[in-house]
Design a protein around this ligand. Sequence first.
Ligand code: EPZ
Length: 422
Amino acid sequence: MDSILVTGNGPLNGQIPIAGAKNACLTLMPATLLSEEPLTLTNAPRLSDIKTMTALLQSLGAEVSSLQDGQVLAMSSHDLTSQTADYEIVRKMRASNLVLGPLLARFGQAVVSLPGGCAIGARPMDLHVEGLEALGAEIELKDGYLHAKAPGGLKGAVHEMRFASVGATENIVMAATLAKGTTVLKNAAREPEIVDLVECLRKMGAQISGEGTSTVEIQGVDRLHGATHQVVTDRIELGTYMLAPAMCGGEVELLGGRMSLVESFAVKLDAAGVHVEETRHGLKVARKNGRVSAVDVVTEPFPGFPTDLQAQMMALMCTAEGTSVLEERIFENRFMHAPELVRMGANIEVHGGTATVTGVERLKGAPVMATDLRASVSLILAGMAAEGETTVSRVYHLDRGYEHVVRKLEGVGAKIERIKGQ
Ligand code: EPZ
């Protein structure tokens, strides 16, 4: 397994291009299953998760061509041969469960493996099932697979989700586009990736309103047609790289970044003493003065502070002036980066869903281990600001969500290299 060697190397300067959003692309790709006409995505990120979703769609009989070095995905599900998403693929990537709604809507049946747990939590699918059952689906769990059917087609309904789940919102909205009648989904998730999905579905002929608010209304239509859609900028990659100059000093411009994607995060950074300014080409980020100040963080559904930036923010708080309390309210086990940061000299106490970080002057490089996608990049950020060398192992986690991370950080002056594993 490869590792990444980072050496603390002082202030950063320059520009980092931000890619298309992994979590938008992973719901836009299954949308191709809703139509027999081609769907083309541009600005797609080059990530292993996209390759996994490609393999899943191809296992169903869809055609997926990766063009222009992976930035364009040309897809067609005119001749599907299967409606079963196999455990072998789903266990690798939970987002595979996003084929459930589209398959059910178009074919009236789907067999999708439960994803099983992952490092950050149990991650059940009860909210997906409840929503699809509200649309008339009959779903039963057998041998670890959800067997879903809607022989007479799905019917529009009013449904309120118990929690604003991102994936459940995506599955229910996609399914409702082909249901008979109107669906009103209440307590819907409001993430920008959902807004991006709806904009793509609308280009395909779907009748949807309210995206980005807690109530989304969908008028079912008989069929959807093909479209071409540009994947929205990745707000989590954007937020992650905003922390690079915040931790190392200097000034970095994140190309393609927009304040609207990271509002709550930028407010927190400003309070910590990091200046974020919107430019014509993106977001420019620099520390206002020397050391940042500790701020408290509570992760919440959008537009609250994103859980996917919690690990990275913790890395910043490790060397902040004062004590920061980070509360993780979305996942039950998302502090696995904490003990790794402690190995680098951080002062962190974790009690249940709360981590208390007392800032130290500077972290010290050490060998550390990536445990999940976002934890892995928080360790790289910490290593860039630490004294000495840090080796981050198990970087396959990184490849899931950050394209060309070494090249992008080297480009602004980081001392970082990828070490090929044995
Ligand atoms: C999406 O996951 C993202 N993944 C996650 O990003 C992100 O952390 C999460 O939303 C929250 O923002 C993709 O979009 C591919 P949820 P998702 O359903 O849809 C519980 C990353 O690092 N829940 O909003 O799975 C669940 O256990 C990944 O890029 C149920 O209880 O998130 C969790 O505690 C990690 N029952 C909470 O809700 C359900 O049926 C949020 O889950 C569904 C979810």
